[in-house]
Design a protein around this ligand. Sequence first.
Ligand code: TA6
Length: 299
Amino acid sequence: MEPSGVSDEKRPTVDLIKDKNGTDQILLQNPKGASVKISLHGGQVLSWKTDKGDELLFTSAKANSKPPHPVRGGIPICFPQFGTRGSLEQHGFARNKMWLVEENPPALPSFDSTNKAYIDLIAYNNHSCFSFEFHLRVSLALDGNLTLISRVRNINSKPFSFSIAYHTYFSISDISEVRVEGLETLDYLDNLFEKERFTEQGDALTFESEVDRVYLNSRDVVAVFDHEKKRTFLIKKEGLPDVVVWNPWDKKAKALTDLGDEEYKHMLCVDGAAIEKPINLKSGEEWTGKLNLSLVLST
Ligand code: TA6
C-alpha cells in the first residue's frame, strides 16, 4: 500500500511558540533548516538564521523584551510615521501594538507560496484621525531569503498619509569592516545636521563615526558588504523609495539604555523606507510595500 502521498522530504513548518515573558511568537523553518522568528508584539522579526544556524540580524544583549518596549534589534516596523509626528511616539505605535495571526488573509496576487514557510499577521487601528488595516506577510523561502510584504488599507472615510521603515538591524563583524553599495551619488537628509540635504559622493559608504541619514529615491537594490564575515546582505525593495542608514557610534550607544556600549560595532541599520514623500491613501485605497533580504557568501 503506497503511503498517503506524503513524501518523506522535509516541508516548511510554521509553529506558534512563546518567549520568556509569555509573548506569542511565530517560528518559520524551511526544509534546509533556515529559520525566522517573529514576535506578535509589534509584528517584529527578531531572528533570521541561515540553514547552518548563523544569526543574521542583530539584537542587543540589553534589549528590553517586555511589551510595550520594542526590542532593540531585528526588524521593528516604524509606522505610521518614521521619526516623530505630533503627539505620536517616535517611529509610531505599530511596533508597540500586539498583532494578530490572520486566518483568512486576502490573496497576494504576486506571491508564490510553494515551498515557502510564511505567516500572515494583521494590525488594526480605529482612530478618529485615521483607521487602517495593516496586513503583513513574513515568508522564508527554500533558499533562505526573507521577505516582508506590507499592505496598508485606509478603512476610514478620510484620506490617510503615513511614512514607513523596516528598521533592519543587520548583524555585522565590525562596523569598520563594512561598506554599503547602491547609495552612491544619491541625495540624503542628514539627521545629524537638522535633516539638511546633502549629496553622497561616488564611493561606497564606509563608517568612521555616527551616521543617521535618509537616502532619497534609491535604486531598488542595496548591498551591505561584511568583509570579515565574507558575506553580503542584499536588500531588494518595492514601493520603498528611501533607505535609512544608522549607526549610533560610541557616544549615542552609551546614551541608549537598551544597547551595550560596544555593541554599535556589531550592528548596522539599513532600512527600506518611504519617508521623504509620505504615502497618501484615499478612503478604501491600499498600498503595498515589499522588502526581500538575501545573503550572498563570498569565498
Ligand atoms: O535614523 C534612525 C533613527 O531615527 C535614529 O535617529 C535613532 O533614533 C534610531 O532611529 C533608533 O530609534 P529608536 O526609537 O528605535 O531608539
